[in-house]
Design a protein around this ligand. Structure first.
Ligand code: MD3
Ligand code: FE
Length: 206
């Protein structure tokens, strides 16, 4: 089963078009989530306004503001709980993680990121999750992007990995704390999403 997939590094498995058959359902459920907790450009502790617009669903969600980075069970924009994680998101995460050798992955948080042309994500590590033994499952939808897959030190030059609509990547084990980012999105039109890319990243945050 794993043979059809591409291992980028130990613990990092790229599954091309794995989510493509479910993409219409994922997008429909996504619309219901962002109707309740809208996508918004957050500001980092350093006062930098992110070019990527984000929201969350699940029991807790990732936020950044003047107080720093954290997971919070309340959406600061609505002062309400984040919308529940749609079953289709959680199922896909569990299924992809299982195929990558992480059999019991049950995500409790999904960070939703929308990239418009020019939006980018600079090299960083994801280490705000309490459980670093669990992988992160990322689902790419819409326009293609160039993903930067770095090493364990920021200075290590990253590999460029093109990610397209429906691609799923499981990042776990020894790859979990690698530096990573996304190059500025190139402008184009996607038949389902228009001029944007959406990334869903499923996490076990607490
Ligand atoms: C690689 N988002 O939101 S997918 C993020 O495509 C983020 O929108 C990217 O990085 C995106 O934090 C990448 C998620 C991802 C998460 C954790 C990783 C990629 C990772 C950990 C190690 C290596
Ligand atoms: Fe990240």
């Amino acid at each position: 089963m794993q043979n059809e997939h591409e291992q980028l590094a130990p613990g990092a498995l790229l599954m091309r078009a794995f989510a493509a058959p479910q993409s219409a359902l994922l997008l429909q459920e996504l619309q219901q989530v962002t109707a309740r907790s809208p996508l918004r450009r957050m500001t980092t502790r350093g006062g930098y306004r992110m070019s990527v617009a984000m929201s969350n669903c699940g029991a807790c969600g990732w936020v950044t503001d003047a107080r720093g980075y954290r997971y919070d069970c309340v959406d600061p924009l609505t002062a309400a709980c984040w919308p529940a994680m749609p079953a289709s998101f959680a199922k896909l995460g569990t299924c992809a993680a299982g195929a990558a050798g992480f059999p019991d992955f049950v995500p409790d948080a999904c960070l939703i990121s929308r990239y418009e042309p020019g939006a980018r994500l600079s090299l960083h590590q994801d280490r705000d999750e309490r459980d670093l033994d669990s992988p992160i499952v990322s689902i790419s939808l819409g326009l293609p992007a160039v993903f930067l897959f770095g090493g364990h030190r920021r200075a290590e030059p990253p590999r460029r990995v093109p990610l397209a609509h429906g691609d799923v990547v499981v990042w776990g084990g020894p790859s979990r704390l690698r530096f990573h980012g996304v190059m500025p999105l190139a402008d184009a039109e996607h038949p389902l999403l228009g001029r944007c890319r959406v990334n869903l990243s499923l996490r076990k945050a607490r």
